[in-house]
Design a protein around this ligand. Structure first.
Ligand code: NCD
Length: 310
């Protein structure tokens, strides 16, 4: 039984397919004004210790569309300002019988530590922990919404060539995507980055520093943001050089298949890793990823709630 969503390793292929099916059905039901499940007793708290627009709003909208109560903790207004540790803040909130804690934090593995400690500290607590991005480690709900978006457009997922381009070294999204593609046996995965941003650990796929090799006949092109805030001293890369060799532009998009999907988890650095004409083209599904994110998160919240009740 899955109680938390901390890493893609918490999932089985069957559960991934179930969640995608549920998310697509919730999307259809919401858009056509059909009834959707309602959980008026449930509460969700967003604990975001890093900036976020889409992920935080997406969890909030997802919970509200399911009739849940939502609270957002603003870290600068919390007891952190009085010297309380983040751990104590989180245990305090969980102790109020909150159903979901959605955590984003710059420390790798923090949601897992919180889950382990909560079990020992407060046996009465039944809170589900959801990892909304821990450092450079994982961002499982983003990978799930990305796969949902791919499946919706190209259901033959195992036959696809998928390329992920950019700052793979610092990307928790790319880590979760590699694990998810591995789980579902999507094996034609190419990771493209300059040497300085090649992943330190490759979970799945092959790496190259050649954009041409990666893009050639690709069915899905996933572009990553250059995450300046995560760079260490020796990891800086000349941005003009990066643009020259790795940006997705009109000059290289033709290497991919003509109907290739263009994706980006956002936020986008327009004119750096991707050009406007590409991000805004009719091949781009970037805003559909955002749309699908709400329904995927609804599916995750509903699944965890139903499972705990049965
Ligand atoms: C990503 C993140 O925060 O990991 N954004 C997101 O959640 N959609 C990617 C990024 O910050 O570049």
């Amino acid at each position: 039984m899955m109680k938390h969503l901390l890493t893609i390793d918490d999932l089985s292929p069957e559960l991934v397919n179930f969640l995608i099916g549920q998310a697509l059905s919730l999307k259809h039901r919401f858009i056509t004004n059909a009834t959707i499940p309602h959980y008026p007793q449930s509460s969700l708290v967003n604990l975001f210790y890093e900036p976020s627009t889409r992920t935080r709003m997406s969890f909030e909208l997802a919970a509200k569309r399911l009739g849940m109560h939502v609270l957002n903790l603003h870290s600068h207004h919390s007891s952190a300002a009085k010297g309380e540790s983040i751990h104590d803040t989180i245990y305090t909130i969980a102790a109020m019988d909150v159903n979901f804690l959605v955590i984003r934090h710059h420390q790798n593995g923090l949601p897992i530590t919180i889950k382990d400690n909560l079990k020992n500290l407060a046996a009465h607590v039944t809170t589900h922990i959801i990892n909304a991005g821990d450092g450079q480690n994982e961002h499982p709900s983003q990978a799930l919404l990305d796969l949902m978006t791919i499946t919706e457009k190209k259901p033959n997922i195992n036959a696809l060539k998928i390329v992920i381009i950019g700052d793979l070294r610092h990307s928790r999204v790319a880590n979760s995507l590699q694990r998810l593609f591995k789980l579902l046996k999507i094996d034609n995965l190419v990771l493209v980055a300059p040497e300085a941003w090649q992943p330190q650990i490759v979970h799945h796929g092959s790496t190259t520093n050649s954009l041409t090799t990666g893009l050639m006949r690709a069915d899905v092109v996933i572009v990553l943001r250059i995450q300046h805030e995560r760079f260490l001293e020796n990891e800086h890369c000349d941005l003009a050089d990066y643009r020259k060799y790795y940006a997705l532009t009109k000059a290289n998009i033709h290497l991919a298949k003509p109907n290739a999907l263009i994706m980006h988890p956002g936020p986008i650095n327009r004119g750096l890793e991707i050009d406007d004409v590409i991000a805004d083209s009719n091949q781009s599904v970037i805003l559909e990823q955002v749309q699908n994110g709400v329904y995927m998160r609804m599916a995750i919240l509903a699944f965890l709630t139903d499972q705990a009740r049965n």
